[in-house]
Write a new protein. Structure first.
Ligand code: GTP
Ligand code: MG
Length: 202
């Protein structure tokens, strides 16, 4: 399950503007700065296919990348970007949630959670919303290369991963699949690609 070619197709401001060729797709969603664009670049082994930034809020539209001419990876704007004015934030929330509910070719959402820090309220809210709406999803823990830091709660990524899973258990009938990753070491890359291949073949 390797990526042979990857190309940017388009940016869309709403679901109706997304590609209409019916190819299956997977959306990367998560808090601003969690590492969505970095993960996408790691999956396709290209440093700059999706633009990344130290400043949150880099990705602002629904971005479709076609993989091996047969499926899409979708980079979405992050939620919880504190510097965005309230109105803009509500707009993002509306359009990503509309996309999850309306996009019929969406096979599964990949919810990215930063494993280097304790769970944030907004991540729990998002997981709860996805669970309640029965949107198929996989949890991708990012930044698993980062060492524990006192200022980040002093826990190792493995501990944060376990805590998060306990906190979201009540939102799901069956616990969603999960994968630990790092875009620095490429940990989890093959596991994600294999998982996506299996989901496409259902
Ligand atoms: P928005 O587009 O603003 O929503 O952010 P994003 O989720 O696309 O995050 P992005 O990929 O731009 O990464 C944000 C910052 O985190 C960058 O400085 C990355 O270099 C860093 N980063 C991303 N993934 C990892 C990782 O696995 N490990 C480490 N150590 N840093 C990472
Ligand atoms: Mg981004």
């Amino acid at each position: 399950a390797q990526v042979i070619n990857a190309e940017f197709v388009k940016s869309s401001a709403k679901t109706e503007e997304c590609p209409s060729d019916g190819l299956p797709e997977f959306a990367l969603v998560g808090r601003s700065n969690v590492g969505k664009s970095s993960l996408l670049n790691s999956l396709v082994r290209r440093k700059k296919l999706a633009l990344t930034s130290k400043k949150p809020g880099k990705t602002q539209l629904i971005n479709h990348f076609r993989i091996n001419d047969s499926w899409y990876l979708v980079d979405l704007p992050g939620y919880g970007f504190a510097a965005a004015p309230g109105e803009v934030r509500i707009e993002w929330d509306k359009f990503t949630k509309n996309y999850f509910l309306q996009r019929s070719t969406l096979v599964s959402v990949f919810l990215l959670i930063d494993a280097s820090i304790p769970a944030k309220k907004i991540d729990l809210e998002y997981a709860s919303w996805l669970g309640q709406n029965k949107i198929p999803m996989t949890i991708v823990f990012t930044k698993c290369d980062k060492r524990k830091k006192k200022k980040n709660g002093g826990k190792r990524p493995e501990e944060n991963v376990q805590d998060f899973q306990e906190l979201i258990r009540e939102f799901f009938e069956a616990a969603p699949p999960w994968i630990m990753t790092s875009s620095v070491t490429n940990q989890g890359r093959d596991e994600i690609l294999l998982h996506m291949a299996q989901l496409r073949n259902y």
